[in-house]
Design a protein around this ligand. Structure first.
Ligand code: ZN
Length: 148
């Protein structure tokens, strides 16, 4: 059995090295930009949402390993999901990194549980949440909150 902390590092390092869905959709229906001034993370999300389903999602930008791997795992987690399910997942992820995640209330998070360790690193919580906050803005169509 691998040490959970080791698994956490492996998944994060691997997604940072080879981010999934990295790029830009030119004919996107939704987009948003996110910025975390504390760390310097910058993120640009583009999506194609059709009939309430996230058909495609890509991200671009520069960030630390936590930010990039969180964005990478997020895109794989929400691609093909309904907007409603994606919004639920955003809430569950926020709860996870704050140490408030409860599987019975928030549902299974799959691989995303590797971010559970972030709750012990308060300065990294913003890095992990940035892609999710940016996704929320893209889906809401509201201006991005950079300090969330
Ligand atoms: Zn960061």
């Amino acid at each position: 059995m691998a040490d959970p902390r080791e698994l956490y590092q492996q998944v994060i390092l691997e997604h940072n090295k080879k981010p999934r869905n990295f790029g830009k959709i030119h004919s996107c229906t939704h987009q948003a930009e996110g910025h975390n001034p504390l760390c310097g993370d910058q993120l640009y999300l583009t999506l194609i949402v059709q009939e309430g389903i996230i058909e495609d999602i890509q991200f671009e930008g520069r960030g630390c390993a936590i930010d990039v791997s969180s964005a990478s795992l997020m895109t794989t987690a929400v691609k093909g999901k309904t907007v409603q399910d994606a919004l639920k997942l955003i809430q569950a992820f926020r709860a996870l990194v704050r140490g408030e995640w409860n599987p019975a209330a928030h549902g299974d998070l799959g691989k995303l549980v590797v971010f559970q360790g972030v709750k012990n690193l308060p300065v990294r919580v913003k890095c992990a949440v940035l892609p999710w906050a940016t996704l929320q803005s893209a889906l809401d169509g509201s201006p991005i909150a950079s300090t969330e």
